[in-house]
Design a protein around this ligand. Sequence first.
Ligand SMILES: NC(=O)c1ccc[n+]([C@@H]2O[C@H](COP(=O)([O-])OP(=O)(O)OC[C@H]3O[C@@H](n4cnc5c(N)ncnc54)[C@H](O)[C@@H]3O)[C@@H](O)[C@H]2O)c1
Length: 260
Amino acid sequence: MCFSDDALSEQHIVISGGCGAIGLGVIKKLTDHGAKVTVNDIIEPTLAETRLRDIDIDLTRVTYVKADLTQEAGVEILIDGAQEKFGSIQTALCHIGMVIPKPLLDYEANEWDMTMEVNVRTAFLLGKSAAQSMLKHQVAGHLIFTISWVADVPWPEIGPYNASKAAMKQLMRSFARELADKGIRANAIAPGIVSVGLAKHQWETDSNYRARAQKAIPLGYMQPLESVANAFLFLCSQAANYMTGSVLLVDGGCSLYPMD
Ligand SMILES: NC(=O)c1ccc[n+]([C@@H]2O[C@H](COP(=O)([O-])OP(=O)(O)OC[C@H]3O[C@@H](n4cnc5c(N)ncnc54)[C@H](O)[C@@H]3O)[C@@H](O)[C@H]2O)c1
């Protein structure tokens, strides 16, 4: 993708859950295009640094804040740490996600609660606090939510995850609607079946999932990490300035029709 190396040089971007498989690829892409990135996760700082270093991320362009974003106090720690290091925040990526793969009838109530807490509550808390910080610093900022093609397609055996991503989509649209006149935009990226992270784990450990997924991708192969990172680069860039309330669907055609 042809964006200049300084396409994001004016931006300080915060990413939650950034030390996971997709997050690291996104951070690499954003820093390679000039962004300063505050990375959040719940892992220890030494492990975070190792993961960032292992993929040759320019460590002068990142700072790491360990915090549990299911808690308001954790979000406060993140926003304060981010501003202290790199100043006002232009873009917040609400990126944390988890999935418990099993049939709906086997789900326990606490598993439902955990899925909603980790996926939806963290997105709400970070979106809210980041937007408040943008308003305070008079920044025309941008909230970006990582959802999924399954926000619209009920992929089997991850029902609460599907519901959580649909909730995040409507949360994003609500932020977009309420904050447009204050100069803050909100959008979402909906990846498909990515060849790293949550989906790769299911692909490797669950033969039913693998058989279904192999039939479900019209383009015929799992989504490369680079494809997701490029979508983030575009949405964070000036090229996407007129977008708000949109979902950027990059799924290799998965959502075109049910193929399982
Ligand atoms: N992998 C896929 O195929 C796929 C497809 C579509 C969408 N997504 C979405 O992309 C995002 C990243 O997925 P991934 O595959 O990289 O997952 P991952 O499990 O590799 O990364 C998630 C990260 O979130 C962190 N995290 C969990 N709870 C946290 C908390 N309370 N506070 C702070 N950090 C926390 C984890 O430590 C982990 O590093 C998720 O939102 C996921 O739903 C993934």
